[in-house]
Design a protein around this ligand. Structure first.
Ligand code: FE
Length: 240
């Protein structure tokens, strides 16, 4: 088929939620951030998820045949997304840092900033090149708290969130923001995290970490770390 007229920017108009996807394997727990949880049938109640083959969570799901998806709240701090979204569970235990309990499938259920949890027993795994789509029956669904769910669009536009390299929409969603921030007659530069792509905007500061709006990058305390991936201040570069 011809690829003429293939404007990938069209894919940016697809809408998604944002979820912590968890799984387990022989006593180990892991999780990652996905935007690809979809209900695909009602009787029986079937749910699918698309996961990068590079993710450890993918390997756990493939082995055990279970996954759990937790719906994130709109007010989730970027730090929690950073724990699950930009580091590999091969390097460290993500569940050291969050409150959780094990669900009926053995998959961990994160109890911080999550509205609901859906546990699934996998029936089919469809190979989709870089990703696998797992489809299965919901064996437990529960509401954890009341509130509004986080959407992918809100995460990008309002919270300044970035797309992980293993997300299916990674290339389509990269957008460079070259602007500098004006403060009086001085320009305060934005700085980019070289690990995850988070942009420190002095106008916005980093309120989740106690940094007030209007704080230039140079005035950030030495112990300040990237709110998304935990990288040190030295990992940041001025934005061109
Ligand atoms: Fe970062």
């Amino acid at each position: 088929m011809s690829t003429t007229g293939l404007d990938l920017k069209a894919l940016r108009y697809l809408t998604y939620g944002l979820y912590i996807l968890t799984a387990h394997d022989r006593g180990k727990r892991n999780g990652c951030i996905v935007n690809t949880v979809v209900q695909v049938a009602s009787k029986p109640c079937l749910v699918s998820v698309s996961v990068s083959k590079k993710n450890l969570t993918h390997d756990f799901i493939k082995k055990t045949g279970f996954f759990a998806a937790q719906v994130l709240t709109k007010d989730v701090p970027l730090k929690l997304i950073g724990i699950f979204g930009f580091r590999s569970g091969r390097d460290y235990d993500k569940f050291d840092k969050v409150r959780f309990r094990d669900g009926v499938t053995g998959c961990p259920v994160v109890l911080e900033h999550t509205l609901a949890s859906i546990e699934v027993e996998v029936e089919k795994a469809i190979d989709c090149s870089s990703h696998t789509v797992f489809i299965g029956e919901v064996v437990r669904a529960e509401n954890l708290k009341k509130g509004e769910p986080l959407t992918y669009a809100y995460y990008h536009q309002v919270k300044g969130g970035k797309t992980g390299k293993n997300a299916p929409g990674y290339k389509a969603s990269i957008a460079k923001d070259n602007s500098e921030t004006e403060k009086g007659d001085k320009k305060m530069k934005k700085y980019v995290c070289s690990v995850c792509g988070y942009v420190y905007d002095p106008d916005k500061g980093d309120p989740d970490s106690g940094v007030k709006p209007g704080t230039p990058f140079e005035k950030l305390p030495d112990g300040w770390v990237c709110p998304v991936c935990g990288a040190a201040k030295a990992e940041f570069e001025p934005q061109d």
